[in-house]
Design a protein around this ligand. Sequence first.
Ligand SMILES: *[C@@H]1O[C@H](CO)[C@@H](O)[C@H](O)[C@H]1NC(C)=O
Ligand SMILES: *[C@@H]1O[C@H](CO)[C@@H](O)[C@H](O)[C@H]1NC(C)=O
Ligand SMILES: *[C@@H]1O[C@H](CO)[C@@H](O)[C@H](O)[C@H]1NC(C)=O
Ligand SMILES: *[C@@H]1O[C@H](CO)[C@@H](O)[C@H](O)[C@H]1NC(C)=O
Ligand SMILES: *[C@@H]1O[C@H](CO)[C@@H](O)[C@H](O)[C@H]1NC(C)=O
Length: 331
Amino acid sequence: MSIHFLHLLLLAGLVAVAKSTCNVCNTVNNLTCYSTTQVQACDANNLPTGDAYDCPTGYVCVSGTSGVLCEPEATASSTADCQDCNTCDSTLTFACTSTNTFALCLGTSTPQASVGTCADGYVCNINDSQICGLSPNVSATCSYADDSTTTTTTAATTTTTSTPSTSNAATYCAAVQQTGRFKVGDYTASTCRQYIDCFLLNGVWTGHKYTCPGQLYFSPTANLCVSSLPSNCYTPSSTTTTTTATPTVSNPSAYCAMMQTQDYFPVGTNPSSTCRQYIYCFLLNGSWLGHRYTCPGSLYWNSSSKTCVSTLPSTCSASVTSLSLNGVDLD
Ligand SMILES: *[C@@H]1O[C@H](CO)[C@@H](O)[C@H](O)[C@H]1NC(C)=O
Ligand SMILES: *[C@@H]1O[C@H](CO)[C@@H](O)[C@H](O)[C@H]1NC(C)=O
Ligand SMILES: *[C@@H]1O[C@H](CO)[C@@H](O)[C@H](O)[C@H]1NC(C)=O
Ligand SMILES: *[C@@H]1O[C@H](CO)[C@@H](O)[C@H](O)[C@H]1NC(C)=O
Ligand SMILES: *[C@@H]1O[C@H](CO)[C@@H](O)[C@H](O)[C@H]1NC(C)=O
């Protein structure tokens, strides 16, 4: 750890108000937290733009009344942004699992083995009554940084096509408020070879972005351009998803064999049909069996309370395009 980390970051009296927002621009300094440990600049329309920059090691990104700042993890870990991913919402209905996917919680505080997807252009937000809200009006609860592990192709494209400007380096330094060199990113082919040099000029934190000469990489531990590949650098590889034939909701016993629990489960997302139905699973003489029921009148099935309710549940909103539970596609 370098000596410049000894510089104090915290402004006296700074109070973080909005716990765990993410991708929401803070108008105090026009920055947003891109992840728990990364900062991103916002454009004139108050929308996140351009590359994300890592806070220094041991620091987390906090959006508060003094703007977005990198603060020491030791004191700010609980107030860091972007911590609501994979957390069930207050109605225990769903949890966002990436910027555009979610899982059912089924009345528990744990996301269940379930995959729901948002329509194109929509993002999952833990406080959205429709689960998926239209971007950019609604911001994603999960960090786009975490999407890179599942949607590697998108991440690779984003990383390589954006050419950051030096003004981004300046906004990064405004958040870091430390002199020193900082890594730009971990992508071997591009950002891993760059660094930002932050300094104080006439009382204003500013900085420049540099690319290491030749084939050198920036080492965050040595604070220098080096010839051997630093351990933080990686080359994204594309992943393939295999889907296997699964039991359907039209075969409740096969469905229940997948659930392996005596309980009530949802059938689908169609407001005029499957949203009003549920399957009861039970074990009889060693075999899982199930029965499919329809709520009385015009009631809908609430997967969290496991009761029939009069309000259309969020899982049935038009912005939800698909939903599966324990590998079974819901209709
Ligand atoms: C933030 O952006 C707004 C709108 O573009 C601008 O008026 C304001 O001066 C900016 N604030 C800072 C601290 O850059
Ligand atoms: C979002 O939801 C969480 C958990 O349900 C809650 O603690 C938080 O206050 C909400 N945030 C906003 C901005 O409504
Ligand atoms: C998104 O926000 C903009 C600006 O506030 C507004 O004009 C627009 O109608 C909103 N769109 C939706 C779908 O809410
Ligand atoms: C339960 O299973 C046993 C062994 O397979 C069988 O002999 C018995 O008849 C079954 N009972 C019922 C009620 O199906
Ligand atoms: C479903 O049940 C949960 C838990 O009781 C409740 O918070 C939520 O509001 C219900 N949703 C609807 C649409 O009734």
